[in-house]
Design a protein around this ligand. Structure first.
Ligand code: PRX
Length: 685
């Protein structure tokens, strides 16, 4: 609800002034080979056929025991899928492929240094390494089904090996993005109750070998301060037998995995047959409060959903070479580098480093060399490659049949460049809208069935029934040209099960807004509220406009403004902090920071630098602000609330609207002049 005092122009309302775009059609050669060409799938997955339609997805998996109930709503909105069924995710991603594909590449790893050889793991090799590591986790680390383990690793093959080894044992993995700070990792260790941390000594990023192990020490001490002891830190080495970190190993706590593995050569671990509803992993994401949320994903529902969407939307066949350039530390990597593609026996490419290292031709050399034919990335990367190397794709002989965009809205102009230059006019594009919480895609075109519309994700996926609602819960019809909150009317198997340790927050954040009867056991009463604004065109395509809450989407990654503000407030001189999204040519959005100082302190570059440092150590470099503005005071309502929207309007050179009702309207003009004037000294970034 909007506070009376607030300026009532939302980003969503502004963004609806867009033009309808020309449609692009998939080629006949793409359609001829596609996994899904039958428009009848949308009838099969209509609301009338819900929830039984999802049997079709579950049947893509190998079940140890078939389920008896497709959807159990008795504890709504904590929905249970495929109840009574048992399966193992690692078995589904590895063992079941061995008869046919044991000698086929499962993972091809490309190190960042171009002179280092690729590492190719066949399905057999993946099987061996996952088994050996699972035996180590069980017998050396003492982990058992239901325990949680935090994995803080870069993009190396040992990361999916660790995940699949956990899955084999029914151990719940919580992968923390490698770029996150030790503190952020420690908080997640504490929240998840992990007593084992799996990490690595170092990795390459932009030509530098980074010391990653130092973050493990910080993580363990932060977790300990929060009451969670880490008794074992398992350290993989970037080069076997050679430790590249300067941070000492802690006696009795830290162990080199390559040393330990010598005792497990040839070990085989029977995959633990897990109930469909058993949690497979936690993935932390940012929300409106300072504490990140551990989204808990299930084994059966999640795996069925990502396998089906990988098959039909990513159009993955076992013969394809598929490259998703996301990091496995985010949900995209979990669903569409590891679980979905491997469940389909695909070859999944992993790249260690940054796309523009050593030059912006790198991705295309990789694609040419490996003959990648499916490519998956985020708009921020497309924008970066377009700026840094607009002529590079044409120099290399690669051919994509399919490309994906994910994570943030893509500008039609950037979409067209993706299509024409990276895709060489040959590849279909799917713009997939979804979230950490949703496990897999919610809206996208089906690549061989629908035409593409630049800037629009497309219709709801089969079995996903979105609606755009106004604040009062009334549907806004397709083609009305008005934005509202997008909701999903029904549950689906990939939906997360709860927030780890905080079921009330789960109900409150995602369902309370539009639920009219909290006691209802009928799924129809529990529309899912993702927190995004959208408009639906007359043809049914959804265009996603951005977050409606205090979350900033930086280069496709979610940062909570509250998390950033708390980091600022740890700087001694800072009295108040307010963080707003500012548009950025490459990253989409970036945090713009406003701080006011405690009495007695003078603005200085040192204070600005301290704020930046605090953000880097509390969260990570990805959260670096565009500017840190030291202002004399924050614009506030009469009730004392900081007016973020006014600050956001100033940062983005937009109209601040009527501010006369504020407690201190004169401050708005002072801040505006400081930000929009030529006062270079206030600039940091
Ligand atoms: O605002 C939406 C935006 O990213 C948010 C989800 O972020 P995260 O949980 O980190 O997951 C990112 C990868 C799925 C959404 O609430 N978003 C995601 N995909 C799109 C998008 N916005 C527009 N178009 C998309 N295709």
């Amino acid at each position: 609800m909007t506070n009376q005092d607030e300026v009532q122009v939302s980003e969503a309302e502004i963004a609806v002034h867009w033009q309808e775009e020309k449609l692009y059609h998939p080629s006949t050669s793409f359609i001829a080979q596609a996994n899904m060409t039958d428009p009848g799938i949308y009838d099969r997955f209509s609301l009338d056929n819900f929830p039984e339609c999802f049997k079709e997805y579950a049947d893509l998996l190998t079940w140890d025991k078939y389920w008896h109930t497709t959807l159990d709503t008795s504890d709504a909105p904590f929905f249970k899928w495929f109840v009574g069924g048992r399966l193992n995710a690692s078995y589904n991603c590895i063992d079941r492929h061995l008869d046919e594909y044991k000698n086929k590449a499962a993972i091809i790893w490309v190190p960042e240094p171009e002179d280092e050889p690729h590492e190719i793991l066949t399905y057999q090799e993946l099987y061996v390494r996952v088994n050996e590591f699972a035996a180590l986790l069980r017998d050396f680390a003492g982990l058992k089904t239901g325990d949680r383990v935090t994995i803080h690793m870069p993009m190396v093959p040992e990361l999916p090996i660790a995940m699949l080894a956990c899955a084999r044992l029914g151990v719940i993995h919580s992968v923390v993005f490698g770029g996150f700070s030790g503190r952020a990792c420690g908080e997640r260790i504490a929240d998840s109750g992990s007593r084992v941390l799996i990490t690595m000594d170092g990795y390459y990023r932009n030509g530098k070998l980074l010391n990653h192990k130092e973050k493990a020490d910080r993580a363990a001490s932060v977790a300990s301060a929060e009451g969670q002891e880490v008794d074992k830190v398992l350290v993989w080495r970037r080069y076997r037998g050679k430790y590249v970190s300067e941070t000492p190993m802690v006696e009795g706590r830290d162990f080199f995995v390559d040393d330990l593995l010598a005792d497990y050569r040839g070990a085989r671990v029977e995959p633990v047959s897990m109930p469909a509803e058993a949690p497979l992993f936690l993935m932390y994401t940012s929300g409106t409060t300072g504490r990140p949320k551990g989204c808990q994903h299930s084994t059966g529902g999640y795996l069925a959903y990502v396998t089906a969407t990988s098959k039909y939307v990513q159009d993955i066949h076992p013969t394809d070479v598929y490259w998703c350039m996301a990091d496995i530390g985010w949900i995209t990597g979990h669903s569409y580098i590891v679980y979905g593609p491997l469940a389909l026996a695909a070859t999944s490419v992993m790249y260690e480093g940054v796309p523009t290292y050593p030059d912006p031709g790198r991705p295309w050399r990789i694609a040419e060399r490996l003959d990648v034919n499916i490519f998956h990335t985020a708009p921020t990367t497309v924008r970066m490659l377009r700026k840094a190397g607009p002529d590079e794709p044409a120099k290399y002989n690669y051919h994509f049949k399919h490309m994906t965009t994910v994570g943030e809205p893509i500008e039609p102009e950037v979409w067209r460049w993706y299509y024409e230059v990276i895709g060489k006019g040959e590849a279909v594009i799917v713009d997939t809208w979804w979230q950490t919480e949703t496990g897999g895609f919610l809206c996208s075109t089906m690549p061989a069935i629908h035409p593409m519309k630049p800037g629009s994700a497309g219709p709801g996926m089969p079995g996903i029934h979105p609606l755009v609602l106004d604040e009062n819960g009334n549907p806004i019809p397709a083609g009305a040209g008005k934005a509202g909150n997008i909701v999903i009317q029904n549950p689906w198997p990939g939906q997360f099960q709860t927030i780890w340790g905080d079921p009330d927050r789960f109900v409150e954040t995602y369902f309370a807004k539009y639920n009219k009867n909290p006691d209802s056991k009928d799924w129809r009463d529990w529309p899912y509220f993702p927190g995004d604004a959208a408009v639906q065109a007359a043809d049914g395509y959804f265009r996603i406009l951005g977050r409606v809450d205090d979350v900033i989407n930086v280069a496709g990654h979610r940062l909570g403004t509250k998390e950033l503000e708390s980091a600022c407030l740890t700087v001694e001189e800072v009295a108040e902090a307010s963080v707003v999204p500012i548009n950025d040519e490459l990253k989409g959005k970036m945090p713009d920071i406003y701080i006011s100082l405690k009495p007695g302190y003078q603005p200085s570059e040192e204070i600005q630098a301290k704020v930046v440092r605090s953000i880097e150590t509390t969260i990570g470099k990805i959260a670096r602000p565009k500017h840190v503005w030291i202002v004399p005071d924050m614009p506030k309502t009469r009730s004392g609330k900081i007016m973020r929207r006014v600050l956001a309007a100033i940062s983005n050179h937009m109209d601040v609207g009527d501010v006369t009702t504020l407690a201190n309207p004169e401050v708005v003009e002072t801040v505006r002049q400081m930000v929009q004037g030529d006062r270079e000294s206030e600039f940091y970034g």
